[in-house]
Design a protein. Sequence first.
Length: 308
Amino acid sequence: MSAMLDTNAFDAATLRLFDEVARSGSFTAAAELFGYTQSAVSRRVAALERAAGGPLFERLARGVRLTPAGAALHRHAVAVLDRLQRAGEDLAAIHAGRGGVLRVGAFATANVGLVPGTLRRFADRHPGVDLRLTEGLSSRLADGLRAGTLDVAVISDYPSGLPAGVARTVPLLDDRLLVALPGDHRLAAEHDVDLRDLAGESWIEAAPRGQPTLLVTACAAAGFTPRTGLRVAEWSGKFGFVAAGLGVTLVPELAAGGVPRDLVLRPLRGMAPARKVYAALPDPPLPAALELAGMLGEWQMCTTDTPT
């Protein structure tokens, strides 16, 4: 049968008409439901039978019934109509922000508190949305937005401004730098710290030597070059070295929630180097992406309490 089937004749409207005739066993009932004349229904069924290569209904004294070929085609028609209905429901959910996949990108420190907490609230509100997360540098996340592989991304203007080509941005917060000190440090009891008072300290740094960092930029503004003998790639490793008394480090406020309790975080007196953080979106954005961007903007940053 498949070799004889003219699939061009099987549009959704024709399949719905065919399904109704099969269910009701009547051209008249189908005509009344769809607002056709009985002769119009008869002509459309006849055209469908020609496309199918043979009779689909037995014409009875009162109504019609499916032939074996008609019954086989009806099973497929029902499956197709069901898939179309589910496709329509999925699209409606996506357009309403209640379903589909939402692909989220974020840089590493945003994934300490800002992104996880917001995604938790979003998931509670929209359990039908399938959340996917990608972590990377802001420049790579911007590439993902342009390529259509991300729907929303948390990016920053560090180290050299916002990445080019981002269609839409929503300002979220200024991510200040805090200094992380061991609990027994001479400045640990201070409410805030002048960066110049740490000029002689050993600094734990993350990036390879020669790359611009917030630490180097901040220290240069304070009038000194930091002594960075130990370099550790991951934030958790840096904290371990500070806790061991091997140096101090700067921590973005976004990452404050991940700092161990045996360290002390202090704001910087008289200066607060900061990067600006944004939610970036393609144009046009998905409704779910717009809502998530708004929820990211509502997030309240939490910092470590000052010890007494």
